[in-house]
Design a protein around this ligand. Structure first.
Ligand code: DGY
Length: 325
């Protein structure tokens, strides 16, 4: 008999057809996320779960006695309890690769928008505030030929570096758990210790995955090291940054601006003080959100899930859950 899977997020019809060829399935057809209670019901007899960054906790696994594989339509898997999955020998997969250029484009959009005050000045024009003789009031900071510091030089970091180096003539520095000699050669990127990178960068892009080690890795001490003209961009996970410290740095103008695709609490609350600051560009966690890329991510995730349930090694097993890890 075909294995039973639950699809917890709407997927394109071709992805659903692919799953139907290999599995029996039920699905959540709404755009609002499924509740814990509904998910628990659906997982009572499911062997596979297709999710999009949803929480997979030890408690959820206790309600899913037959579960063998969880596949997320995202590169991030910080919502998975990896120890609990390991203890149950549950295969976990993600979708690295297909989204790199799309996320790198968005990071560049945030860098440009924050540096040149695009959203702030868009409102200024639309609200009829544009007058002659503005002098230096509308000045921003340059992007081209500046120093870019990338924290987390994975594939997305490299895609950002490529745009920066070869499109904008920027100088690339990076900080990563491991040195990347190939990136250093290809992108003329220079490895720097974190503090050094923070002191010398004009643009700081945070792309590190969220782990216990990276939670709040950028806080008051780190913002204090940045230049007063620095632009800070976070497109990783909100919890990698101490948001109160970021808010203070922006309010006190100890850094120039920030571009944020992610927040400590999502959806961001209207009362979040970051939202009332002119020098922040905010987006609703849309790094990979183009139709083409999200469709490809859904197909990659479905292929991972089917492979896992058929007893093959899926193309993208989460590194911490690989047999050899
Ligand atoms: C991911 O895939 O983890 C991204 O954050 C989604 O945009």
């Amino acid at each position: 008999m075909k294995p039973k899977v639950f699809i917890a997020r709407p997927v394109p019809p071709e992805v659903e057809s692919y799953i139907a060829q290999h599995c029996r399935y039920s699905k959540w057809a709404h755009h609002d996320p499924i509740s814990h209670e509904e998910l628990v019901k659906e997982l009572a007899d499911a062997e596979g779960l297709l999710t999009a960054g949803g929480r997979v906790s030890a408690d959820l696994l206790n309600h899913a006695p037959r579960l063998r594989a969880v596949s997320t339509m995202s590169v991030g898997y910080n919502n998975f309890d990896l120890d609990a999955m390991k203890a149950r020998n549950i295969i976990g997969t993600n979708t690295p690769g297909v989204l790199d250029d799309t996320v790198a484009d968005l990071i560049f959009a945030l860098m440009l928008a924050a540096a040149r005050r695009v959203t702030e000045l868009d409102s200024y024009v639309k609200q009829g505030q544009w007058k002659k003789g503005e002098g230096d009031r509308l000045f921003g900071v340059d992007v081209h030929h500046k120093k870019l510091g990338i924290i987390g030089m994975g594939r997305i970091g490299e895609a950002v570096a490529k745009r920066a180096r070869f499109g904008f003539g920027m100088e690339i520095m990076y900080y990563n758990r491991h040195r990347k000699p190939e990136a250093e050669r290809k992108l003329e990127a220079e490895y720097r210790e974190l503090k050094d990178l923070l002191r010398h960068s004009d643009f700081i892009v945070l792309m590190t995955p969220l782990t216990p080690e990276t939670r709040h890795m950028i806080g008051q001490a780190e913002f204090a090291l940045m230049k007063s003209t620095a632009v800070f961009v976070n497109a990783s996970r909100g919890q990698t940054v101490d948001e109160e410290a970021l808010t203070r740095a922006l309010q006190e103008r100890t850094i120039f601006a920030a571009g944020l695709d992610v927040f400590e609490r999502e959806p961001v609350q209207p009362s979040n003080p970051l939202l009332s600051l002119p020098n922040v560009v905010t987006l609703p966690h849309i790094g990979s959100a183009t139709k083409q890329t999200r469709d490809e991510m859904a197909m990659v995730a479905a292929e991972n899930l089917v492979a896992a349930l058929q007893g093959q090694t899926p193309p993208h097993v989460i590194p911490e859950l690989r047999q050899d890890s």
